[in-house]
Design a protein around this ligand. Structure first.
Ligand code: F3S
Length: 304
């Protein structure tokens, strides 16, 4: 895990539902992480300066935030082919990062490039760039097709293998004389990462393991697990396209059978038995505070 001083010293929030008497525990790590806050603040700051502005990919997996930025004049480009048309303005790289070739194409185009890649992701880019230059084979433990994984892949000078499941780890076959440099997607499930690395080691690979799951993810997952263990109902708030929210759901569901995944308060349809003592709430790294508060208010209320 990438370690860092805690950025959030606040305790988890505890409320009581006045009608049913159950406690409501909201994780202190619910919502924007340091990297997402930085990327969104960067976009808002740059929008305030005027001039042409786009982000490379939506700044976060949240339609409300993207729409608010659109109203402030922030556009989105999604492909390298669109870079030349944006070269007379500013291009913001979001927290997930981009492949090296895309980064270079932006710089070369003459655009003003504002890099909001999360420092924890940048660190992985450096590891992959250096290890591949030394001839190590790069393995990323992460989700196929995820923007961060694709970005990281693009910093290797040699072919990369992405492993997401045990089946893929079992099926992985490479020359065992070549050292493997293993990194993880920053938001990957820690327990799964350990299991997949153990499989590679058991198969006799010489592995140089870099557990690059970021501290914000580590804290969020540990806290969610701890609350879910005690909860009668667990609510995970986040976008359906957010892989870190999906992993939180997976972790909570393993501890609490009655775990709900909701995008907004409108999805929340709780059926209470009357015996509930604790309802837990957590949220993914791209879930805005107001959406979490709306869910909290509904659970605090009595109108079930
Ligand atoms: Fe950065 Fe971790 Fe957030 S890598 S963007 S602090 S989930």
């Amino acid at each position: 895990m990438t370690t860092e001083p805690k950025n959030n010293e606040a305790a988890e929030q505890i409320d009581i539902n006045p009608k049913y008497g159950f406690r409501i525990v909201t994780a202190k790590t619910a919502g924007f992480c340091f990297g997402v806050t930085n990327a969104v603040d960067t976009a808002i700051r740059e929008a305030g300066k005027g001039g042409k502005l786009v982000t490379y990919g939506p700044i976060i997996h949240n339609e409300n935030v993207v729409e608010d930025l659109r109203k402030k004049g922030v556009g989105i480009i999604n492909t390298p082919e669109e870079i030349p048309a944006a070269s007379d303005g500013t291009i913001i790289i979001r927290s997930h990062g981009v492949p090296k070739a895309i980064y270079e194409a932006m710089e070369k185009s003459g655009a003003h490039v504002v890099d909001a890649t999360c420092p924890f992701v940048q660190r992985i880019h450096r590891i992959v760039e250096d290890a591949s230059a030394k001839g190590e084979k790069i393995v990323i433990i992460g989700n196929h097709g995820h923007a961060e994984v694709e970005g990281t892949t693009g910093w290797s000078s040699t072919p990369v293998t992405v492993i997401e499941t045990q089946e893929e780890a079992e099926a992985f076959e490479e020359d065992r004389s070549v050292p493997l440099c293993v990194v993880s997607q920053t938001t990957f499930n820690e327990a799964k990462f350990k299991d997949l690395v153990a499989t590679l080691k058991r198969k006799g690979y010489n592995t140089n393991v870099n557990e690059t799951i970021c501290y914000a993810t580590h804290e969020r997952q540990s806290e969610a697990r701890r609350i879910a263990k005690q909860a009668d109902i667990m609510i995970v708030v986040g976008g359906k396209g957010s892989s870190n929210t999906a992993k939180l759901y997976e972790i909570c569901r393993a501890e609490c059978e009655r775990t709900y995944f909701v995008q907004t308060v409108d999805d929340l349809k709780l059926s209470l038995t009357g015996s509930e003592k604790l309802i837990g709430i957590t949220a993914g790294a791209s879930t805005p505070k107001n959406i979490i508060e709306e869910v909290q208010n509904r659970v605090r209320g009595t109108d079930f």
